[in-house]
Design a protein around this ligand. Sequence first.
Ligand code: PBG
Length: 336
Amino acid sequence: MKFPFFRSRRMRQTEGLRKLVRETVLSLDQLIMPYFLVEGTQIKTEIESMPGQFRFSIDRFLGELEELEELGIEHILLFGIPSRKDDHASGAYDANGVIQKSVQEIKKRFPNLTVITDVCLCEYMSHGHCGVVEGSHVLNDATLPLLAKTALSHAEAGVDMVAPSDMMDGRIQAVRKALDSNGFSHTPVLSYAAKYASSFYGPFRDAAQSRPQFGDRKSYQMDHANVNEALREIEMDIEEGADLVMVKPALAYLDVIRAAKVKFNTPIAAYNVSGEYAMVKAACAMGYLDERKAVQEILTSFARAGASVILTYHAKEVAQWAKEAGTPFLVKSYKV
Ligand code: PBG
């Protein structure tokens, strides 16, 4: 079809026509809001590098969840920050650990909320690595039982889904087996399947106090130049029993989301990570970007690339904006 018979602009003339042919519709149902929980009481401390995000103690967090429920966000991801760390991550699988105790309270008060827990050891290890360390090595196979134990303890606390984020080989299988053999064959696993060694996790590591004390995570997280390897990681995790697979970070990895969407029929999640959030917040604080428009464009790009689930620190404010515009369930409809 050629100009002047065909004119692309015809269907862009009004918001009504644009809505009619819009290809990507984003719903609040797809969003997961991540949170950081600490031990203690009466704590709600803003995270400096993530304006608008806080570390909560469980008592204050229940109030936050009331707001979230009111806004229509129904899924959360939890990270625990223990008050003591050691070299075998004992806080990660302690039945009375910060996550295990918090999950029990949350599920009691909010039985319909989807509670997902990050399963990793870095926040609980004194050295800040995601596995057991010997010398300067992060040991793969010695880490697996600890991850399995951690996931099981979360399931026992009542979590709706576990999300291993460590990038050890074979951990989905280890977690799946531990769950299945202990009566939790119904508990789904969201795998951080293609997780890259990324500079965009910087603010998270401040928030979770999980910066590695030596070296980096490049021996277990992926090289950012690779996409075939991501597909192999995802394939492996699906074979090991992952119910959902994640690409992380999201914004600089839209091609990876797309490639995964084309190849697999397992739902794909995109993690809009701390550094991506911080960039938007910093630019908006300077007045360089219109925040609502920018966030909508970014989140839509994940869905357009092929993600059906989006983990984002913007989830709560997006719901607030949707509510202000009188359209509580559809992100696409909030007025900017
Ligand atoms: C734990 C974990 C990290 C993130 C999620 N789970 C940090 C890391 O791997 O260093 C990053 C999340 C974010 O940046 O928002 N391993």
